[in-house]
Design a protein around this ligand. Structure first.
Ligand SMILES: [Ca+2]
Length: 183
């Protein structure tokens, strides 16, 4: 049995819904396991432990039911829940351990690492170099700890959510040179 993926559930009331695990949030972690054995694993359960001073596991149990064999993956029927202390420094990598059992099979141990970030809203305006006119619809690309795109509005304004780190941001628009990256 292997760890395959983790989905962060940081919606209200415990989180701000930006998709990142932030200091002060209580979030669900929905784990997907992969059964690399040949046979179906029945009654699969997992417990989650963290040994980090800033992370408390408040729901350490998740059930998976039966997972077919030969590489089949299955997401937990219910998520784990963790609480991150508001004083947690960021960015912080927190390793977590899964102890997995099944009926007449296992046990297995697996691990994965979550990242705790401080999220910030980055915003700006795209203006022409000569005349300072807004560039509506300019394509903004940002690359750093996370990578993505945004589009400038009619007033040239754009915004995106970023996490701790350094980013290169470029703006591209038809009829204009691509702006040199700024950080
Ligand atoms: Ca969040």
């Amino acid at each position: 049995m292997k760890f395959q993926a983790q989905r962060t559930l940081d919606g209200a009331p415990g989180g701000n819904g930006d998709g990142f695990i932030n200091p002060g949030e209580t979030v669900g972690l929905s784990v997907t396991l992969r059964n690399v054995g040949l046979n179906q694993a029945s009654g699969v359960n997992a417990t989650l432990t963290a040994s980090d001073q800033y992370v408390t596991v408040t729901d350490a149990a998740a059930a998976f039911g039966n997972i077919s064999g030969r590489g089949a993956a299955k997401e937990a029927l219910d998520p784990f829940v963790i609480q991150v202390s508001s004083g947690c420094p960021t960015p912080r990598a927190v390793p977590l351990t899964l102890n997995i059992t099944g009926t007449g099979c296992g046990p297995w141990t697996a691990g994965f690492t979550i990242m705790i970030y401080t999220s910030s809203q980055v915003s700006g305006r795209v203006l022409t170099a000569t005349g300072n006119n807004p560039v509506s619809g300019a394509a903004i690309a940002y690359a750093g700890p996370i990578t993505g795109q945004a589009t400038a509005g009619a007033d040239g304004a754009y915004a995106f959510t970023a996490v701790d780190g350094t980013y290169a941001v470029t703006a591209k628009a038809a009829g204009s040179w691509t702006a040199s990256p700024w950080r």
